[in-house]
Design a protein around this ligand. Sequence first.
Ligand code: F3S
Length: 414
Amino acid sequence: MQLTTEERALLAGEEGPGVRQAIEIVVALGKIYGANRLVPVESVQVAGVSYKNLGAAGLAFLRQWAAEGGRIRVPTMLNPAGMDLQRWRELGFEETFAARQNQVVAAFAAMGIETTCTCTPYLVGRVPGLGTHLAWAESSAVSFANSVLGARTNREGGPSALAAAISGRTARYGLHCDENRLASVEVVVSCPVRGAADWGALGYLVGKAVHNRVPFFRGLPLDGSSEESRALWDPLKALGAAMAASGAVALYHVAEVTPEARGAEMLRREHETLVVDCLAAGYWALSGDGKPLKIDLVWFGCPHASLDEIADLAGFAVGKRFVPAVWITTSRQVRDAAEAAGHLAAIEAAGGEVVADTCVVVAPVGGRFKTMATLSGKGGYYAPSYLGSEVRYGDWEQLQRIMISGWWEARHDS
Ligand code: F3S
């Protein structure tokens, strides 16, 4: 591997053991994956933030690295933590867990990391440009950065993302290279795709079929010529998150919509074609046995909710009284913006909660909600195993009925 003079100095420990450890990790990964050089990264997103997943050993590892001089060189954010960092007590998180979680966040802060905890950095101002190199870790964020923004990142693990943040570099392999960004599966969608749950169901089906390959979509009802490209962000974040969960899709293209597929056929000459003409199988797969069920929790905000998504829920909440618990998980900044816009008041008056910094999958809420309904393909995919909950997957109209009645009535069969 070719290293610059500066990189060789970091490897020699000239900036201390914490930096040496970071660049050693980056170089070791590069050797494993056949990289011939490192590339500077513009930003990093670190996963492995919830104490539920990290545990005491992970916390000790972080503290040790910070004590050895591990300090970030590029803007770095965190994935969701295990609780709302401000309102954990009123949301029912235990004192002992909260103390440990705060220690984890403090260890990251000691490294200079911005303690924004979100899987949607692009909704809080971290919008990388086309072709920029990143080291992001959370699978839906990785998918969004690669696909919707045209930036370049592999899916980093917790230590490798931190190593990239401290060394300022990552190894140039995988999705950092042009040749790996071409699609090998053409996905022709011939059925209607209307709301968030449809995008999640489509993502679930395609992820299952393509695994970790790159799909190229045709036929999606999205207008890539619109001046307001951000109007496409909510559908595409739902699609990408579900594909990353049911498969391991880290990059996808949508013909004439996503930046690398505007005016370019990002499809290998040799490719498979997959036709999706019905989404019902996605709904069924994510809905357990589909039988009527009393619902304990309705969960929105996987990936973390945008301000528009919270506004929609607030509009529905006006004058209602929710029967089950209703949680909308989001970043602290979006929660603050929702509060300023008056959305929180309507949701809270109906009995819902806009929960910041965390999500239902990484928070220690297993056993608390025995049944759950969602319109997130990723949330629906992970909830049974992470929460031990029975899950129902429905569209916006079904979830509205559940919030009012507390019951899942029937499976979506369209
Ligand atoms: Fe984000 Fe948690 Fe979903 S990290 S993508 S809200 S499982």
